[in-house]
Write a protein of this length. Structure first.
Length: 134
């Protein structure tokens, strides 16, 4: 019986073993961070604090409900702060926290990568679909 050859770069290293609880936490956070609206809201707030309607206007096609849900989730995760000013009518500003600002660089890098590689990905999809008969 032969032992399967281990793929290069797959040997376990101390401290890097699979831990189911960690995987669930990472999966949940990546789901939040990878969400379309989260990326757009974080990028928009990266240019400074915004009121709800400013965000909605800048994001374009987002519904009021989806923006509300996204902002609440970002606030819950500690990425956004919500500040209510005691004016009439009340004014509410949303702003990235330090943690939220630390997300700007990887989110921007991912967005830049997607823009730079969209043509190559579209061609790869076409080749795949032709081979698969889709």
């Amino acid at each position: 019986m032969t032992t399967p050859k281990r793929q290069e770069g797959t040997s376990p290293t101390p401290g890097m073993l699979h831990v189911p609880g960690d995987c669930r936490a990472v999966t949940e956070l990546l789901g939040r961070v990878g969400d379309k609206w989260t990326v757009l809201v974080v990028n928009t707030l990266g240019r400074g604090p915004r009121r709800f309607n400013e965000l909605k206007r800048e994001l374009g096609s987002i519904s009021q409900r989806m923006l509300t849900l996204t902002l609440r989730a970002l606030e819950r995760d500690g990425l956004v702060t919500r500040t209510v000013f005691p004016t009439v009518p009340p004014r509410v500003d949303y702003e990235l926290t330090g943690l939220g600002r630390s997300l700007l660089e990887p989110v921007s890098a991912l967005g830049g990568w997607a823009v730079s590689n969209r043509e190559a990905i579209a061609k790869a999809r076409q080749r795949f679909d032709r081979r698969a008969g889709v």
